[in-house]
Design a protein around this ligand. Sequence first.
Ligand code: HEC
Length: 260
Amino acid sequence: MSVAPLHRLYNHYSELPFSMRILYTGALCILGMGYLFGMLYLVHVYSGRDGKPGLSYEDLVIAYAGSGKGSRLESALRGPMSSMLPAEEAGALVNWAQKGADRPTYETFIRPTIDKRCMSCHDGSNPHLANLGGYDNIKKVTEQDTGTDIYTLVRVSHIHLFGMTFIFFIVGIVFSHAYVRPLWFKYLVMGLPLVCEAVDISSWYLVKVYHPFAWVTMAAGGLMGLSFATMWFISMYQMWIGKTPSAVLKRGEDESVVIG
Ligand code: HEC
């Protein structure tokens, strides 16, 4: 049986100093915790945006591309706030918001309506209700929902590109000591998350242009998590529980390895 010999720079965990295994294990535990908290945060931030519990395709589209349903003011006036004022006054408010919510019209026509119909609740005294007093406050609720803005995406992108690369570089280095066959599977698990990182982050922007890219965001994120878990468990298992693979045990008997 001819098996390709192990690379001379390859070391199995069992050949590493104990100190390195301690460091690797500690790093994997902390990164694993970090990953769990990251996922909790992600579910908390994105789920339920479409009005249904749980994280779904629609939630991501709304987060990145906006709901496409106009401003918060519009949806409130069509929904829960519709009983607060006569329909024609509501129509005038929506009209004004859609036309860009300018200040002169606000001062002459809009402010009286707001003061009369809305300020009894929205005067800012209740911290749970949007404060609608003054032009700047109401302007905020008239902005169209176009999803996360580009500046925020750029900021989050660069943090993720740096941060995730550190994570997958460290976990990949640890995992490189694992004995995994077939080898292509090992290469795949190590390389895939870095590809997914680039694809995932690019897809955030592409969702704005074409909504179904949200599927790409989800798939890339899922594959990243799967690769992380695979590397984590195989590394931990081989480091502390599994037996030393026979190919590694045999290399000591192989003369060619001794050279250099
Ligand atoms: C009787 C009290 C009351 C009055 C009067 C009232 N609101 Fe509200 N408003 C609420 C409450 C309570 C909520 C939160 C309801 C919810 O989240 O379903 C709310 C929510 C809103 C929201 C959604 C805020 C957000 O975070 O998306 C907007 C916009 C709004 N109101 C606008 C108005 C306007 C405009 C008027 C006047 C025409 C008005 N409201 C009159 C009680 C009131």
